[in-house]
Write a protein that binds this ligand. Structure first.
Ligand code: FES
Length: 88
């Protein structure tokens, strides 16, 4: 990615999120203001908790692969990401 290439983006649900070089998936979403990625069965919001790949609160499905940790996964243009209920 070029440093100032705002066209690069990934998709979560029906939303597109711009990517900057070096972004993790979580950083990309958080910079856009999305702090809660999903909800638990009890309706509690979940996003980044540890930020280092340990707690698994940030699990996503990326391009059909489940259980991807958003906090340690490098964002790539064109990624299709799902968090189950796609909390907004
Ligand atoms: S926030 Fe803990 S594993 Fe991603």
């Amino acid at each position: 990615l070029e440093r100032d290439a705002p066209q690069a983006s990934l998709v979560v649900g029906d939303q597109s999120f711009p990517i900057r070089p070096g972004d993790t998936l979580a950083a990309c979403l958080m910079r856009a203001g999305r702090l809660a990625f999903r909800r638990t069965r009890r309706g509690e919001p979940r996003g980044v908790y540890c930020g280092i790949g340990i707690c698994h609160d940030c699990l996503a499905t990326v391009d059909g692969t489940p259980n991807v940790r958003a906090c340690i996964t490098t964002a790539r243009p064109g990624m299709i990401v799902s968090f189950g209920d796609d909390e907004r």
